[in-house]
Design a protein around this ligand. Structure first.
Ligand code: PLP
Length: 517
């Protein structure tokens, strides 16, 4: 089933498997399917469905060349025993804290938080990165148009190469560790990630795993990874051993599709809680960087989920806010390092897919806009397209003081701790009046507060110790909450990866890593 093609051209079509194996389309565009939304998912039966059942239904619609058995196996491997909640992504209600009268209740009492951080690395990327390796393992033969070979013994092996500013690397390591037919190499900038984040990566187990610190910053490492992908001689040497390089980047269809599931799962939980009736619309607010998470919400809407509005919440790097307000996307602006590092992004790659769908699939327009972005650093859409975008997406952003204030407000008013990424969304929800016709408001929470204990403890006014693990304990004691066991265990975990490389040596590090496959 050749369903997917590039956002920038319909010249070449491919199956979902081939799209997942390749990641990016050959012309630099993102893979999309024009069949999205042709078939809807019925929401009336949702209340009775488990997360796994919803996942099978959503993935079945979006990845039709996987057999139902393959999808069921992927879902089972990704979500059985890997998340610390039977709901996978549990929904919690924000209540007013005892003592205060209803009048004094926090402005978000009655709203819901969708907790996406109960996976192995305590950030929402686990939902997708636990699934991607399972999907990839079943793509062998899909690359060159050959007949699908045996599912268990891929003829060609894949080496995933990723540069990370912190969260993605660990989530990718946890997903790909010991995954059949694949290996993973992660580079992080030396001295630029938190101690917790560094230990998360350097203690990673798995026979197919390689990790190195890089002497340089994240952008240097990211650029070097791009040139590794573009190195033809390296590609030929690896091809001779039956190895291809690929990325676990959030533009991969295999990362986007699993995220559509939790919008439906949130709706199912609202139905079960009696908060809404089937068919009633829900507003979702999503802390955003690369536009992947919130785009998945738009996919859910196209699949028939009653979505009143999607609120795009940015941090101080508010390039998306400006775009959604004016129609001008301009990356020529200062870059801010904030307490929400995973949202410190100036090029939101997945925006391209949203523009594709809302322009009615206008590949020529998308190709032109993206060429403008590459050449000048900005592009502009006309008032008509902007109007259509704004019917679906609202927006807001939070500066550093507002993030800290939101963490403090949420703790004071609801006795609920949020991390700095989630706090951007909290602030924006506080600011905006509820969407017209929305029966419930849901804030997506993208990381455990314990992943960023320093910023959270400071925001709620605690004395903050110098050591990250002391900081974590201080937060536990002061709030009566418990840190995820996988984070506290890092303090005494064995460090397995202690290599530091220069930028110029990253290519040979990858080549050595491939020898392990
Ligand atoms: C990656 C990440 C985000 C941003 O998600 P996008 O899909 O890039 O919009 C937000 N919060 C956390 C904690 C993340 O790790």
């Amino acid at each position: 089933m050749s369903l997917y093609h590039s956002t920038r051209s319909r010249a070449q079509a491919c199956s979902a498997k081939a799209a997942i194996r390749q990641g990016l389309a050959p012309d630099g565009g993102l893979f999309v399917s024009d069949a999205l939304g042709a078939e809807k998912l019925d929401v009336t039966g949702l209340a009775e469905m488990s997360y796994a059942q919803i996942a099978r239904a959503v993935l079945g619609l979006l990845l039709p060349d996987y057999t139902p058995d393959e999808i069921a196996a992927c879902v089972d491997e990704a979500y059985s025993g890997t998340f610390a909640s039977d709901e996978v992504t549990p929904l919690v209600a924000l209540r007013e804290r005892g003592g205060a009268g209803a009048e004094d209740a926090g402005s978000l009492a009655g709203c819901y938080v969708l907790e996406l951080f109960h996976g192995p690395t305590s950030a929402f990327k686990d939902v997708a990165l636990q699934m991607l390796p399972r999907l990839m393992a079943r793509t062998s033969g899909a690359g060159a148009g050959a007949a699908t070979g045996s599912k268990d013994v891929p003829t060609e092996r894949i080496m995933i190469v990723t540069a990370t500013s912190g969260d993605t690397g660990k989530a990718a390591l946890a997903g790909f560790a010991d995954a059949p037919g694949t290996g993973i190499t992660v580079f992080y900038p030396e001295g630029k990630v938190s101690r917790v984040q560094e230990l998360q990566m350097t203690t990673q187990e798995g026979s197919n795993v390689s990790v190195a610190a890089v002497r340089g910053n994240f952008d240097d490492a990211q650029s070097a990874v791009k040139s590794i992908f573009a190195d033809r001689e390296l590609a030929e040497r690896l091809a001779a051993q039956g190895i291809v390089l690929s990325s676990a980047n959030s533009i991969n269809v295999g990362r986007l599709v699993p995220q559509v599931v939790y919008y439906f799962a949130a709706y199912a939980q609202l139905l079960r809680a009696g908060a809404i009736e089937a068919g009633e619309a829900v507003e979702f607010c999503v802390p955003t960087g690369n536009f992947g998470d919130v785009l998945a919400g738009y996919y859910a809407k196209l699949l028939g989920l009653p979505v009143a509005r999607l609120v795009v919440a940015s941090d101080k790097n508010n390039v998306l806010y400006d775009f959604l307000t004016t129609g001008v996307y301009d990356r020529n602006r200062p870059f801010f390092t904030t307490t929400s590092p995973s949202m410190d992004i100036l090029i939101s790659s997945n925006l391209e897919r949203m523009l594709y769908y809302l322009s009615g699939g206008d590949c020529e327009l998308i190709a032109r806009l993206m060429a403008d972005l590459a050449e000048t650093g900005h592009f502009e859409v006309g008032p008509e397209l902007l109007g259509r975008i704004r019917e679906v997406f609202a927006c807001g952003w939070a500066d550093e003081d507002q993030v800290a204030e939101a963490i403090a407000d949420c703790w004071r008013d609801h006795g609920y701790l949020i991390d700095p990424h989630t706090a951007c969304g909290y602030h924006v929800l506080e600011e905006l009046a509820p969407a017209e016709g929305a029966a419930a408001r849901v804030l997506l929470s993208t990381a455990s507060p314990y992943k960023f204990p320093r910023a959270v403890a400071e925001a709620i006014g605690l004395e903050v110790p110098a050591d990250d693990f002391d900081c974590l304990r201080t937060l536990e004691e002061a709030t009566g909450t418990t840190a995820p066991a996988q984070l506290t265990a890092l303090e005494t975990a064995t460090v397995r990866h202690a290599t530091t490389v220069d930028i110029e040596s990253m290519g040979s590090f990858v080549e050595e890593a491939c020898e392990k496959l």
